[in-house]
Design a protein around this ligand. Structure first.
Ligand code: AHG
Ligand code: MN
Ligand code: MN
Length: 336
């Protein structure tokens, strides 16, 4: 059995928490005020609270439907509501947050809109992604995106309608067999795992690279007959070449696997959802930033980067093709 790494004093492998990592990054940027770190720390505390709720959901009787539909007309689960409230309450306390927008709220929540000189941010999130997997102990997650607040914008929605390439940070938390926090602030992708006994996210991997290829695709094949033709040709092409299919039905879990192991994740247009099902601002943009920062690719259509899509509505949907660079190119080639 390998010896406990703490038995030796190894200065070459320091113990780094998410908090320490953020403070070190902040110290390396001249003039940084710490505002963004303080917002990320609110997200990390939210993640710990939500992780705990998810783990005890059955015991605390917070599984099942809350009895209302969200703005997308989807049934809200009790844990969707709880997660949303946790994030809104924690982010609301942070001076640096101007506007918060959630998949679960019809309108953005304006926290601070005074024209003070301080730089402020907009935080957008999907509080609980894949919530239909909760009842069966499947992996679920939280996805977030951070934009600069545009003080010149005439109202909150117009301040938020920035293309994904303007994001200053993005990430997700996967509540899986462990709780994993994956973050980019625009200089690569780092991964932290929650040590539940210590209560801190510990850095486990810096500068993650998405493998450039892997013969694996992730898509809801039950919808295949209503995909545009190019996607159907891609599936024929991939199956002829012995590709594997892996689909959890929870974007965070599916994208996490692709980030680490490679492959392609797709949510194409379908008859029921002609623009795809996934939301540009809460799901597609943050995942696209992470995947691109890890060396992968993220398209809405051939030649159309997700990060370049100009949003017109905060709740708009977009087709998604993302993952390993070569595998995304293989899909795009079939779409023509
Ligand atoms: P949410 O639970 O936030 O509404 O997101 C649902 C998602 C996403 O996690 C997943 O990729 C997709 O819906 C799965 O949709 P299908 O069940 O149509 O495959
Ligand atoms: Mn979602
Ligand atoms: Mn959700």
């Amino acid at each position: 059995m390998a010896a406990d790494p703490l038995l030796t004093l190894d200065h070459a492998s320091p113990i780094v928490t998410l908090q320490g990592h953020l403070l070190a990054k902040q110290a390396s940027i001249p003039g940084a005020t710490g505002t963004l770190s303080w917002i990320l720390s609110a997200l990390s505390i939210s993640a710990k609270i939500i992780a705990n709720k998810v783990r005890c959901a059955r015991l605390q009787d917070v599984l099942g439907e809350a009895g209302a539909d969200n703005v997308q007309g989807e049934q809200q689960q009790k844990l969707d509501v709880i997660s949303n409230n946790v994030l809104l309450r924690l982010l609301g306390q942070r001076e640096g947050v101007a506007i918060v927008a959630s998949e679960e709220n019809e309108e953005p929540v304006i926290i601070r809109d005074d024209p003070s000189g301080e730089r402020r941010y907009c935080v957008l999130f999907d509080p609980l992604d894949g919530s239909s997997n909760l009842d069966v102990c499947g992996g679920v997650g939280t996805i977030f995106s951070i934009l600069r607040h545009d003080r010149r914008a005439k109202d909150a929605p117009s301040s938020l309608l920035q293309p994904g390439r303007e994001q200053v940070a993005a990430g997700y938390v996967l509540y899986g067999s462990s709780t994993v926090f994956v973050l980019t602030v625009g200089d690569g992708v780092d991964m932290f795992v929650l040590d539940p006994a210590v209560g801190a996210f510990m850095l486990v991997e810096r500068g993650i690279r998405c493998p450039s290829a892997n013969k694996s695709y992730s898509v809801n094949e039950g919808n295949r007959r209503t995909f545009p033709e190019g996607y159907q040709s891609y599936l024929d092409w991939a199956q002829e070449r012995g590709y594997s299919s892996r689909y959890v039905g929870s974007m965070v879990a599916d994208v996490h696997r692709i980030l680490l192991k490679g492959g392609v994740f797709m949510y194409p247009p379908t008859k029921k959802a002609p623009d795809g099902k996934l939301r540009l601002m809460y799901e597609a943009n943050p995942m696209a930033m992470l995947i691109e920062q890890a060396g992968g690719a993220a398209l809405a259509a051939p030649g159309q980067r997700i990060l370049d899509v100009q949003p017109t509505d905060i709740h708009q949907r977009v087709p998604v093709i993302l993952g390993s660079r070569d595998e995304v190119a293989n899909v795009a080639a079939q779409l023509g």
